[in-house]
Design a protein around this ligand. Structure first.
Ligand code: TYM
Length: 328
């Protein structure tokens, strides 16, 4: 059976980029005859400093969000990375195969480490190896991710091939799956860079929890260009990004939206987009708040997911230990 897996960091803010890049594709894939795993990478989150109480809240918030957008814990194994110690165990073994140069080339590491000098944590450097372990441990075939994670999935492929050629066939070679539209939602205030929760300004992203007034304010201040007509063109990245978001939240084609705004300007377009975004987010927010009121049920779902994930991970880890010669 095909196995599909993805994971997200539990940061307080999940934005529409995370939703359309990774969570929504996972919701759609639940319809397939595959085994699906979705998890919260809390050990990736601690590669930068975290307040423990806040981290706990963020894990629950992430769980509530996945359920609110349609993840069904019967169809998808939903769990917390830190509950399955095999992830970190395999990461250690892969650490002994990966080259420093490979990790130094990772663009996300270079971006995040910039300006930190020698004080950058080893965890941040090693982050893609833990991600490779996350993927390989479950014999994953397909990894739905946003564009920015493609390089990390490619490293996982390289490490799987290296391990297999050194120790014999052990790991499935995973494929990244990157959707055509929505794999790279750009920052509202800077359409040259991806939307990111760590952007300096809150005007960069639309959080899943933004209320109507905030969404309107952020979209009104989104960077466009000096043109006045609404059209989708590569050399108008701000507008192209807004049209992509419009299309994703309404499920209308970009051509259809362009036609609707044929005789209208940016003002009307932005008001229309803000309304569409809020109409999309409001029911999700209500569901998130509902799930958060019942912490016990969230913990029970994570427990059940951990039990299922552990069964797969423990078996695979036994084989890996055997392959490398430590299992006597
Ligand atoms: P993270 O938590 O930064 O992002 C979660 C997912 O959201 C996607 N994404 C975007 N998609 C479209 N437009 C954007 N602006 C945008 N920003 C983020 C990301 O590509 C990602 O799919 N290392 C990973 C988490 C991880 C993982 C894994 C993923 C750990 N282990 C195993 C897959 C498989 C990360 O930090 O994603």
């Amino acid at each position: 059976m095909i196995r599909i897996l993805t994971a997200l960091q539990p940061s307080g803010i999940l934005h529409i980029g995370n939703l359309f890049g990774a969570i929504e594709p996972m919701v759609r894939l639940q319809a397939e005859k595959s085994e699906n795993l979705l998890f919260i990478v809390d050990y990736h989150a601690i590669t930068v400093p975290q307040d423990p109480a806040q981290l706990r809240r963020n894990i629950l918030f992430a769980t509530a969000t996945y359920l609110a957008v349609g993840i069904d814990p019967e169809k998808t194994i939903l769990f917390q990375q830190s509950r399955i110690s095999e992830h970190t165990e395999l990461a250690w073994i892969l650490n002994c195969l990966v080259h420093m140069g490979e990790l130094e080339r990772m663009t996300q590491y270079k971006d995040k480490a910039r300006g930190k000098g020698e004080s950058v944590s080893v965890g941040l450097f090693d982050y893609p190896v833990l991600m490779a372990a996350d993927i390989l441990l479950y014999d994953t075939n397909i990894v739905p991710v946003g564009e920015d994670q493609k390089q990390h999935v490619e490293l996982a492929r390289d490490l799987a091939e290296r391990f297999n050629s050194r120790f014999g066939e052990t790991f499935v070679i995973p494929q990244p799956q990157i959707r055509k539209e929505g794999a790279r939602i750009m920052g509202l205030d800077d359409p040259e860079k991806k939307m990111s929760k760590s952007a300096p300004s809150e005007k960069n992203y639309i959080s899943l929890m933004d209320d109507e007034a905030t969404v309107l304010k952020k979209i009104k201040s989104a960077v466009t260009d000096s043109g006045s007509t609404i059209s989708y063109e590569q050399n108008r990245p701000g507008l192209a990004n807004l049209l992509t978001i419009y299309s994703l939240v309404t499920e209308k084609s970009i051509d259809q939206i362009v036609a609707e705004y044929e005789d209208k300007g940016y003002g009307d377009f932005k008001i229309g987009l803000a309304g569409a975004v809020s109409a999309y987010l409001t029911p999700i927010q209500e569901k998130i708040n509902g799930f958060l009121k019942d912490e016990r049920s969230l913990l029970a779902i994570l427990d059940q997911g951990a039990t299922r994930a552990k069964t797969i991970a423990a078996k695979k880890m036994e084989l890996i230990r055997e392959k490398i010669g430590v299992r006597l």
